[in-house]
Design a protein around this ligand. Structure first.
Ligand code: GAR
Length: 208
């Protein structure tokens, strides 16, 4: 059984989708811990209610980023994970942290990377007049919201869309593509080699 640790900062709807698919579909994996950087992250209670180890490493207790990264790594390593999944984790992680989990650290970002790294992706996409937006699952590298792309969802921008409507439609696709990518990883069908994604069964990596 592969061991998955999920990092969150907020409500944790991607975490829920991952845990639910993992148990419903009988993946050879288990979500062994959920760790938040904010004590008020709603997803912590959801995880604890389901018997998942749920803890907080509060970033406000660590004025230096290196100290926070080290405390977070210690909390993660206590669960000996095969895979660390960032699911709405909104802290920038240092290069040493990222290298520690190289090849086993995944993130989902609500844009069609490399477009719109960072915050307010949907607002910026609307302002730019994009006709399509989406979400990206990628392996994490030290540069923020970069790294080898595993899968993307594409969502059309419709007349009358605002930031909230777009975010909701993209989020619904996140709940589809993230579990697919994580399932590939725990089944041994997905890895990164020399900066390139290797995906064993050649399934479509774009969901529209
Ligand atoms: C998701 O839309 C995720 O893509 C985004 O935060 C949201 C978390 O929602 N992540 C980022 O912006 C990371 N750069 P959730 O807590 O309901 O999963």
């Amino acid at each position: 059984m592969k061991r998955i640790v999920i990092l969150i900062s907020g409500r944790g709807s991607n975490m829920e989708a991952l845990h639910q698919r993992c148990t419903e579909q009988g993946w050879p994996a288990q979500v062994v811990a959920v760790i938040a950087n904010r004590p008020q992250a709603g997803g912590l209670a959801w995880a604890a209610e389901r018997g998942i180890a749920a803890t907080c490493v509060d970033h406000r207790a660590y004025p230096q980023r290196e100290a926070f990264d080290a405390a977070l790594a210690a909390a993660i390593d206590a669960h000996a994970p095969d895979l660390v999944v960032l699911a709405g984790f909104m802290r920038v992680l240092g290069a040493d942290f990222v290298r520690r989990y190289e090849g086993r650290l995944l993130n989902i970002h609500p844009s069609l990377l490399p477009a719109f790294p960072g915050l307010h992706t949907h607002r910026r996409a609307l302002e730019a007049g994009c006709k399509a937006v989406g979400a990206t699952v990628h392996f994490v590298t030290p540069e923020l919201d970069h790294g080898p792309i595993v899968m993307q969802s594409v969502v059309p921008v419709l007349p009358g869309d605002d930031e909230q409507k777009l975010a909701a439609r993209v989020l619904a696709t996140e709940h589809v593509i993230y579990p697919l990518a994580v399932r590939w990883f725990v089944e041994g069908k997905l890895r990164v080699e020399n900066g390139l994604v290797i995906q064993a069964d050649g399934a479509s990596q774009v969901l529209m």
